[in-house]
Design a binder for this molecule. Sequence first.
Ligand code: ADP
Ligand code: MG
Length: 700
Amino acid sequence: MTEETKTATHFGEDVFGEEAINTYLSKETAKKLQATIREGKPLDPSIAGEVAHGIRHWAMDRGATHYTHWFLPMTGSTAEKHDSFLELKDGEPIMQFSGKNLIVGEPDASSFPSGGIRSTFEARGYTAWDPTSPAFIKRHSNGATLCIPTAFCAYTGESLDKKTPLLRSMQALDRSLKRLMKLFGRDEAHTACTLGAEQEYFLVDREYWKKRPDLVLTGRTLFGAPSAKGQQLEDHYFGTIPDRVLSFMNDVERDLWKLGIPAKTRHNEVAPAQFELAPQFEELNLASDHNMLVMDTLRTVAERHGFKCLLHEKPYAGVNGSGKHNNWSVAYGGRNLLDPGRNPHENAVFLTMLCAVIEAVDRHADLLRASVAGAGNDHRLGANEAPPAVISIYVGDQLAEVLDALAGTPGTAPHAPGTLKIGVDTLPAIPKDATDRNRTSPFAFTGNKFEFRAPGSSVCCSGPMTVLNTIVAEAVDRLADELEASGAAGRARPGEHTAAFHEALQKILQDSLNAHRRVVFNGNGYEAGWMKEAARRGLPNAPDTPAALAALTRPENAALFEKYGVMTTRELESRHEIFLEEYAKKVRIEGACARDIARERVLPAVRADYLETARALTAAAQAGVGQGTAALRETLAELGDGYDALKGGITALETALGADDEAAILSAMTALRRTVDALERQVADARWPLPKYGDMLFLY
Ligand code: ADP
Ligand code: MG
């Protein structure tokens, strides 16, 4: 990085990265630490003391007085428990931070969800430094805290967080790829999974937010009639960013750059008051941590600007929801394996990876679906603005032709069917643009990476990425098994593979494609016909969270995670339990909140309008005036009908809440919403107890 860039952006100044390491540590220690970071190995205990000492000095030079082990518990947010550097020694205050404090921490684990893992063991958990994600400084208005990214485990070693399985899945994919690439004659190298997470969000004025208990308590509006203008004009997407928002975005980016997060793109999204922030991609584990910090930063900076940042998947009905596209790829020895490449050898590797991903997604679409399940995303997936709940892959027409040619499918492709010879033919150029047009697919090939679009805006990337790495590791392994069994592999050097190797590979990929191509769908995912076609193809369709999470209880899935060392059956079971419970709790909170708003705010407003209308009627009769009384009577009847329906709806919701039945709660909420939203159009604007969509969605 040039001096110029650094001063312009303050990039990375709050991260204990290379420069800080070289400044605050001895040469020898710095070298050892760099090696640890590069290779993802545990820290050499002999240098821990000096590293801790150096980090503390660096952090204190930046105003930090406290430190925390920063981790990702199963709640889906981040956790921190601050300790000060201050210690009293013989009554004298000193600042201290030991190697032990750096390497492990012992937060009380008992209040974090553990899905039963904790109950039979000790309540204690511990956090362990993950040196591959550098320490950073988190600032607040009058101070700063040193944050050390850590994994969080029970005393038994079972993971209680979202980071540990991700790290394990990266190792699994690394092992499988090392095997496969060896068969391709490649020297052993470092596997780097990469992630670029595009973050969508809404902004709402804090004053409105405060007056909406549904936004405050649940993150989404449980009521609200559409405003006259929504997103019909399609004038918001990529439109001019309002000054107030731009100044917010500038602050967000400045804070992110300081944290070494390469925020790159910002623009208006489709819905009014909806925006997107996209960073440049980074190595997966770091990018996943960074996305958590992006969400954190969006939320805190919004406060400074009089906004609230809504990260819920569907804050408003009737306009688009928010997703988090996970752009994923994998590089080996610095070369992106999902880049088609320029020669037959690179093409062969690319096609193998492509087939591995297709096979993986087809075999385990249920797990991918489960990885994005949640109460919020249920309102987004399949809502004709976001991908359907059926997982399919979009590869684009050009690549579809290539696959036809590879699989030997007779058809109308310009390349004669079955004529693509691996190792001989060079792939036709696959224009990146042509692959990026279909926005309806949950999983799309976009030139040199896959874009998983089903994840919701609030999700922690680790979940979906853990699944993706693991299922691809399995597919890569299986293809490697077959290549090994063919006896044709392993003798050649890069570019010198025998015809036998290529023939064997061709046959293996053909078989894989023919077994798994049903998951490829290049059409419009919003068309009604696709759901039928998907069913005909036997693709799983889990319409809601409980159905999706059932994937975590299937023995074959438990066996997969066990085999690849990503999660034990108990760890998987605990996640099923935690996610299901989280879903139930969220739905119940929403139900109770909807009931309270309807009962305590809407009901009195309707009653007041009703009373006013009734009084007007009496007054007209007393005055002996007939004009207007027919209309008043009609209004009174309408309000009366609304009042009856409202009362009935509240009672029905109350019953559903009493029965602890989430599906019943959701359907009672939907019915109640219909009544309330209709009343919003009848009751006097001045009396309506909630800010309306038209107020909240237009920030200009
Ligand atoms: P757009 O979607 O606007 O056309 P891109 O597709 O180039 O832009 O980038 C979208 C996201 O994908 C960005 O965060 C980008 O850094 C990321 N990305 C690009 N290449 C890769 C890769 N090889 N691995 C992971 N993410 C990538
Ligand atoms: Mg994109």
